[in-house]
Design a protein around this ligand. Structure first.
Ligand code: CTP
Length: 401
């Protein structure tokens, strides 16, 4: 969620400033780019060198860079516009009061007034200061301007007193920001279930019937759903892909029947379900206990039909938005539409075998999205990540229609 985001961290002069070194580390670990404005009083609590080393960027405090280069200045407007989000931590009583009144006597305040991005404020001060009506009214004003306050915590304070006023811990600050970002995303509060990859149908202990699906389309769908705020369950057959994301739960399966049972488990509580797996339609009737010897010139395997997972989900469907994939070689739209109706889907994604660069084993795909009103939206050849975003845009449009 914070990966690749530009974060402008403003540090003001309170003892909690020492904790910002940990905060910077956590932002960097989450993949964010950090620039820091340190007020003069904050530099008594935490060193610019430490912060510059941790953030991998110069730390700035003044409008003008050095005495020697009076024309060389730190552009507060650029800093404010560079940021995808700004956080002021710790925010002292003094800084909050200036932010509330629009004062602009240092670089941090100027950058704050220039910033168009969401601004988070983590106050830190002694308990009686935190309770003071002037602080309360500063905070109310700041919230009314659209800023987000990360409430101070109860605990031991630098004064030795106990009470409300401790800056939230770095982990709590990160969690607050992530939750806040997530709650504004289009799939926030939604559970998305995705099937991906091939299935392997055992012949004997060492052999199986499989297919060339890489799982990439399903994995990209999972990543996109999570980036849009969903909690994702990704039921995947064997692939070389891996995924690390707080909101993606990977369920590894091998055969079609395993995939069916796992998918069924998560279906009822899901809001959106996309079956992108290349499920084997048949499996060997008998799985040999021992490795089959090549004793005869021919070998006949009797196959039995696997459960059609998508069809069975279509039958159970209540409120879920259910999407399938169709890979067709002829009468594409007609066959895909027929499949959508037969399996009781809300939409189907058509891959044409006639499109070069579409379908199995390639990093790109070319799709048409077909819904139950027979609206067909056809997209250009794109990366599977872009295709995943197109698919979710189409789903979101129809769920809000
Ligand atoms: N699917 C499934 N379970 C199966 C077979 C397919 O969930 N046992 C899903 C796939 O994940 C995909 C869609 O059904 O979303 C694709 O169906 P497909 O295999 O192309 O079509 P079928 O309905 O099997 O028809 P046919 O093979 O005859 O085209």
């Amino acid at each position: 969620m914070l990966n690749g985001k530009n974060i402008l961290l403003g540090i003001t002069g309170g003892i909690a400033a020492y904790k910002t070194t940990f905060l910077v580390r956590l932002f960097i670990k989450a993949g964010a780019n950090i620039k820091i404005i340190l007020t003069h009083s904050a530099s008594s609590f935490v060193s610019p060198l430490t912060l510059a080393t941790l953030s991998k960027n110069p730390v700035v405090s003044d409008f003008v860079k050095t005495e020697a280069h009076m024309t060389d200045w730190n552009n507060h407007v650029e800093l404010g516009l560079w940021a995808d989000l700004m956080i002021i931590a710790p925010a002292t009583a003094n800084t909050m009061s200036k932010m509330a009144s629009g004062s602009c006597d240092n670089l941090l305040l100027a950058a704050y007034l220039s910033a168009k991005c969401p601004v988070y404020i983590a106050p830190a001060m002694d308990l009686d200061m935190y309770k003071h009506p002037s602080i309360k009214s500063s905070m109310e004003a700041l919230v009314s301007y659209g800023n987000k306050i990360i409430p101070a915590k109860n605990g031991e304070l630098a004064s030795g007193l106990h009470g409300e006023g401790r800056m939230a811990e770095p982990e709590e600050i990160i969690a607050f920001i992530k939750n806040n970002i997530r709650s504004g995303l289009p799939l926030s509060g939604n559970k998305v279930l995705i099937t991906a990859g091939p299935t392997y149908e055992a012949i004997d202990p060492v052999r199986f019937i499989g297919n060339h699906s890489s799982g990439l389309m399903g994995f990209e769908l999972a990543k996109t759903a999570a980036s849009l705020g969903a909690e994702v369950y990704l039921v995947t057959g064997p692939t070389h892909l891996s995924i690390q994301h707080d909101n993606i739960h990977v369920v590894d399966v091998v055969s079609a029947e395993d995939m069916y049972h796992s998918t069924k488990m998560y279906f009822e509580t899901s809001d959106i379900v996309i079956c992108a797996a290349a499920v084997a339609d048949y499996r060997p009737k008998q799985v040999a206990d021992q490795k089959i010897k090549k004793s005869d010139d021919t070998l006949t395997l009797e196959l039995v039909k696997n459960t059609d997972i998508l069809m069975s989900l279509g039958r159970q469907k209540t409120r879920q938005f259910l999407v399938g994939f169709a890979l067709e070689t002829e009468n594409e739209v007609e066959n895909a539409t027929g499949k959508m109706k037969r399996k009781n889907l809300d939409a189907i994604v058509l891959n044409s075998m006639q499109d070069k660069g579409a379908g199995f084993g390639v990093p790109t795909n070319k799709i048409s999205f077909i819904d139950t009103n027979s609206t067909i939206t056809t997209f250009e050849l794109k990366t599977k990540a872009e295709v995943a975003m197109d698919i979710f845009n189409e789903i979101i449009k129809r769920r809000h229609a």
